[in-house]
Design a protein around this ligand. Structure first.
Ligand SMILES: Nc1ncnc2c1ncn2[C@@H]1O[C@H](COP(=O)(O)OP(=O)(O)OP(=O)(O)O)[C@@H](O)[C@H]1O
Ligand SMILES: [Mg+2]
Length: 249
């Protein structure tokens, strides 16, 4: 059966504040969806809720993976079921070397028994694609990494995990043009090789030029108010968001 991630009429709050007001979204394996929307409209909230961030309370609605509700399942389990999210602001973990971290997540998410040597080769290959210097592998996870390096390491993790569904939150912010292209290429590779479904949260066209979405959704005030294709992203780049709000009224 084809993998499908479905969000049905999701209403959610944090600390008593309603953020999502009925979000609907359906992503099939292999599809690339982009979510755009003004600051504070609930994009990261939606991503975190899909991953099971316990700070949020789901009031109503469903999150379904292949027709089964995952909303009561803890984050680690969701991750084992094939969901992955890269963070807008990745956290630093001292005392955990990047390489060891990658080894751990690899063994959780892949049941093939490749040798240690093979794993090193595999990681180096992926790191090379992203132009991540191999000396970084022996540093503590994200500790002292530059903004752009952190973003690249998020994508490296996604390449190691090869998720069924990957959510990428503002991966483009803080990347220089060359890094953006490398990251985009890697994202495309994950989509092509592993047929991963992808949800890209972004403010800008530039990443969508390299990673062309099949669908573009606009989230405003906690609701998806417009759906379209690539051309919608172009229209937003040109005209902003207010015209969408005006049309709604
Ligand atoms: N603990 C909290 N209490 C109250 N409101 C909160 C809390 N945490 C987040 N919010 C609010 O939730 C709203 C949605 O935030 P979210 O991070 O999802 O926005 P976003 O669409 O990702 O914005 P950006 O484009 O700036 O990243 C914001 O108005 C934010 O202030
Ligand atoms: Mg955000």
């Amino acid at each position: 059966m084809e993998d499908v991630l479905e969000i049905n009429d999701l209403v959610a709050e944090i600390e008593g504040k309603r953020i999502l007001h009925g979000v609907n979204l359906k992503i099939k394996k292999g599809e690339i969806h982009a979510i755009m929307g003004p600051n504070g409209s609930g994009k990261s909230t939606l991503a975190r809720i899909i991953m099971g961030d316990p700070r949020y309370r789901i009031i109503s609605g469903e999150i379904l993976l292949n027709g089964k509700s995952i909303k009561e399942i803890p984050t680690e389990e969701r991750s084992k079921l094939g969901l992955f999210m890269s963070f807008q602001q990745p956290i630093e973990i001292s005392g955990l070397k990047l390489f060891n971290y990658l080894r751990t997540i690899y063994s959780i998410h892949n049941d093939s028994n490749i040798t240690f040597q093979e794993f090193i080769k595999y990681v180096q290959e992926k790191a090379n694609l992203l132009k991540i210097d191999s000396s970084m592998l022996s540093r503590n996870l994200n500790e002292g990494f530059s903004g752009g390096e952190k973003k690249k390491v998020e994508i490296l993790q996604m390449m190691i995990i090869r998720p069924k569904f990957g959510i990428v939150d503002e991966i483009d912010s803080g990347l220089d043009v060359d890094s953006l292209e490398l990251v985009a290429r890697s994202i495309n590779e994950i989509n092509m090789n592993d047929k991963s479904g992808l949800l890209l949260i972004t403010h800008y066209m530039r990443i969508l030029k390299y990673v062309q979405p099949n669908f573009v959704h606009v989230l405003m005030d906690g609701k998806i108010v417009k759906d379209g294709d690539y051309s919608l992203a172009l229209e937003i780049e040109e005209k902003g968001y207010e015209w969408i709000r005006e049309k709604m009224n």
